[in-house]
Design a protein around this ligand. Structure first.
Ligand SMILES: [Zn+2]
Length: 416
């Protein structure tokens, strides 16, 4: 009995060792160097300029590895020496920085009513962009044709830098592994649309897709208000609401790649049906659409979000009350996020940014007086970007994907 058990454990350990050795070999063969290079690039973008010694300290890569990778990057024209750091007794060490236009990302942002194709450099600058409208009755095939026209034109006029990949940013849910947009609420044009494979085949560029709110959180980490923050949550409020979660400077995507849908929890079992199929989700009370709906219910008139914002800023009492109502429900959601993730800060962005001056004080007060751990206040701040985060973040999206080679996923052994 003991022997059998021991043999069973031995055999399992052997299988596990074999499995891990195979995984490790695969990772080291395929991408460990690329991962190290990406880590170096990310560290410089987020915290640079830095010396080689500082890079070694921050990345935990050896000084020799850093020296070699830096040389490769400098030969490729991606890094350059920029000034010197203070001396520690010896000669002043050179500071390294990133050449912004050396690597360019083709970005595709699919919004509910338009497409936006742009070229983004390593520093998140928009070098060129063009758009096309996206009527609700467009078919998936038509959407792809519009994307091809925009992309063909954009890549025909590309700048002197090198296009190194394509990033797609769109509302979820997505099947990132297969590159398919599944069934985003109120998004009939792109239902079950396989998009990564056809674009990769047409343009020959490594292509990655990610939820637009998570892409925004990357923009904040690399270029925005979270450059010096390790743990934060980005909450995007438009006609929907969701969040991007950054833990230890890495994007948390969840098991299926769809983490962050915190607003699809029922807060009122007798509330309206949500587009997700559930009843009385938080999203039904905390979006620009819910504000517009409330205005219609109280006045019988249709109004756009920007008109509602403008009226509120002119002192219209109804619009101010509607925005305070949105703030109240959003606050409930932010307390939940604060309790679950204990972030250093929460960044609110997208269309809520237009009323940041009306809601931020209230959100800070509410969240910090209602979260469980109150010794350290959490700052609720507004996004650095006036609406551009969902496509600017596609440049770091490529770096994040290249980095993933570093950490093979631990998988469960299947006995058969
Ligand atoms: Zn819902």
């Amino acid at each position: 009995m003991d022997r059998n058990t021991k043999d069973g454990v031995g055999s399992l350990q052997q299988k596990l060792r074999h499995h891990l050795t195979k995984s490790t070999q695969r990772v080291s063969n395929v991408g460990i160097k690329q991962s190290n290079k990406s880590l170096l690039l990310k560290t410089l973008l987020v915290q640079g300029p830095l010396s080689r010694a500082q890079l070694s300290l921050l990345t935990q890569l050896s000084k020799m590895t850093i020296t070699n990778l830096v040389k490769e990057y400098m030969d490729e024209g991606i890094l350059f020496e920029w000034g010197t750091a203070p001396s520690n007794g010896g000669p002043k060490p050179a500071l390294l920085d990133v050449m912004a236009e050396s690597l360019i990302t083709t970005s595709l942002y699919i919004a509910r009513d338009h497409l936006l194709v742009s070229l983004i450099d390593l520093r998140g600058n928009i070098l060129a962009h063009s758009t096309a409208s996206l009527p609700e009755d467009d078919s998936g095939a038509n959407v792809m044709q519009k994307i091809y026209v925009l992309m063909d034109n954009m890549l025909a006029h590309k700048t002197k830098g090198r296009v190194w990949g394509m990033g797609i940013s769109v509302a979820g849910p997505l099947d990132s592994e297969r590159g398919v947009i599944l069934n985003p609420p109120n998004f009939p044009q792109v239902r079950n649309l396989s998009i990564v494979k056809p674009l990769e085949e047409r343009y020959g560029l490594p292509t990655y897709i990610e939820n637009d709110i998570r892409v925004s959180s990357l923009a904040e980490m690399y270029y925005g208000n979270a450059k010096n923050v390790s743990n934060f949550v980005y909450v995007g409020v438009t006609s929907g609401v969701g969040c991007g979660i950054i833990i230890d400077r890495e994007l948390f995507t969840g098991f299926d790649g769809n983490a962050g849908e915190f607003a699809h929890a029922t807060i009122d079992p007798s509330g309206p049906q949500c587009s997700c199929g559930n009843i009385g989700c938080l999203e039904q009370y905390s979006t620009t659409s819910s504000a517009i709906r409330q205005y219609r219910q109280e006045t019988g008139k249709d109004i756009s979000w920007l008109e509602l914002v403008s009226l509120a800023k002119d002192g219209d009492q109804l619009c101010l009350r509607i925005i305070k109502n949105l703030q109240k429900y959003l606050g409930y959601g932010l307390v939940a996020l604060a309790n679950i993730f204990d972030p250093e800060c929460i960044i609110v962005g997208d269309e809520i940014i237009y009323v940041a001056d009306l809601v931020l004080d209230g959100l800070n007060e509410y969240v910090n007086s209602h979260k469980i751990f109150r010794a350290r206040p959490i700052n609720i701040i507004k996004s650095y970007f006036p609406g551009s985060a969902p496509f600017i973040g596609t440049s770091p999206l490529i770096i994040e994907h290249l980095l993933q080679h570093k950490r093979p996923r631990m998988r469960i052994l299947q006995e058969n």
